[in-house]
Design a protein around this ligand. Structure first.
Ligand SMILES: Nc1ncnc2c1ncn2[C@@H]1O[C@H](COP(=O)(O)OP(=O)(O)OP(=O)(O)O)[C@@H](O)[C@H]1O
Ligand SMILES: [Mg+2]
Length: 379
């Protein structure tokens, strides 16, 4: 197995499109690293560059310490599962699995052994004589994975390997891939645009937008401390709520927005922590699970405000409330219960400590700013 190290990797296509604007990161030996971002952000380009299928315009790529910039794909000892994989329709599963190894001229017995082992791991042993058209989507997907597996490469590169599957099968295959990764202890780079897949599979996640790396961290750190508005809005479903406005300290701390003022703390004075943000134009972020309907025993330190309840979405184990504060749409995620009718006012509360604070101009997280004195003392 191997490490993969990227130093300032850039890819500019012939038409001038900057697809990757300088990627710097190292994938540790045995790590499952996820590249995530919206369509067109450069994920496939970056993966193909690592595989050697795409030349790079600047920077260097190392596999196990060796610069591979000028090595052909087959000399890099990687196996890639493509976004639009295709199995050979006229070959059986066994032949599909064996094909790459045959091309390399491996001995017959060695090929048979590897094919049997991969089939066993992926639950394909019973299907080795079947042709692809007889297989379900999930089974075909496993054959595509198997073709990479039999290569026993130093590094696995997976480009949206589950994108052709329905939701249930995706969830099942996600677990299969996580298991496979644990069993093989293989170095894997996994590309997806699905933030749930990224969060559940990745040991670390690289968030890309428009060719630029936004943040690299563990799933929970990305969720708890997003570096900027893009990451904050991209990870999490329903997405984080945002309130844009100016922070005022007098007579009490609040956010002054276009549609009224949002109280920030009605019980304790947060000026110790917020001093640097006084009168600053900011965007406050609040996750849907941190926005609650006011109940009888509301903590005094929670900030409270009114919003219009527009649409209620029950999803079984929880309820999404779609609300509006002036012209700002918001979502609250609450436990099932009896609710006020749509179109009525709802009294909401939140723990100001839960707020994320971003600079309104740059969109960057403002570090060290917390709203509640508890952050300064009890933590
Ligand atoms: N051969 C090419 N020539 C010019 N531009 C290209 C080429 N291939 C891709 N691009 C552009 O580079 C950008 C990144 O493309 P890429 O395929 O890497 O995105 P992606 O993140 O994999 O997207 P998706 O999630 O849709 O697969 C896109 O804007 C795309 O249009
Ligand atoms: Mg792609």
């Amino acid at each position: 197995m191997a490490t993969v190290r990227l130093d300032n990797v850039r890819k500019v296509y012939d038409n001038g499109k900057v697809a990757v604007a300088g990627a710097d990161f190292t994938v540790a030996d045995g790590e499952l690293l996820v590249l995530v971002g919206p369509s067109g952000c450069g994920k496939t380009t970056l993966l193909r560059a690592i595989a050697g299928l795409e030349s790079i315009s600047a920077g260097s790529i190392r596999i196990d310490g060796r610069v591979v910039n000028d090595l052909a794909p087959r000399e890099r000892d990687i196996a890639m599962v493509f976004q639009n994989y295709a199995l050979y329709p006229h070959m059986t599963v066994a032949e599909n699995l064996a094909f790459g190894l045959k091309l390399r001229g491996l001995p017959r017995a060695e090929i048979a052994g590897r094919v049997a082992e991969a089939a066993r791991m992926l639950g394909l042993s019973e299907l080795l004589d079947a042709r692809p058209r007889r297989l379900s989507g999930g089974q075909r997907q496993r054959v595509a994975l198997g073709r990479a597996l039999v290569r026993e490469p130093k590094v696995f590169l997976l480009d949206e390997p589950l994108s052709n599957l329905d939701a249930k099968l995706r969830a099942a295959m996600r677990v299969e891939i996580a298991r496979l990764h644990q069993r093989l202890a293989a170095t894997m780079i996994y590309v997806t645009h699905d933030q749930v897949e990224a969060m559940t599979l990745g040991q670390r996640i690289v968030v890309l937008n428009d060719g630029e790396i936004q943040q690299i961290d563990t799933p929970m750190r990305l969720y708890d401390e997003p570096a900027n508005l893009f990451v904050a809005g991209f990870l999490g479903s329903p997405a984080m709520n945002f309130f844009r406005g100016r922070l005022r300290a007098e007579p009490a701390w609040r956010l002054e927005t276009d549609c009224g003022s949002l109280p920030l703390d009605d019980a304790a004075d947060p000026s110790v922590r917020l001093g640097t943000c006084r009168d600053r134009e900011v965007v406050l972020g609040l996750r849907p699970e941190h926005l609650q309907l006011v109940a009888g025993d509301a903590p005094a330190s929670f900030a409270k405000f009114d919003a219009t309840l527009e649409v209620v979405e029950p999803v079984g184990n929880e309820i999404f409330l779609n609300l509006r504060f002036g012209n700002v749409p918001m979502v609250a995620r609450i436990a099932p219960r009896a609710l006020p009718a749509s179109g009525t006012h709802a009294r909401l509360q939140f723990d100001p400590w839960r707020l994320h604070v971003f600079d309104a101009g740059s969109g960057e997280r403002i570090e060290g700013v917390r709203f509640h004195p508890r952050a300064a003392t009890a933590r």
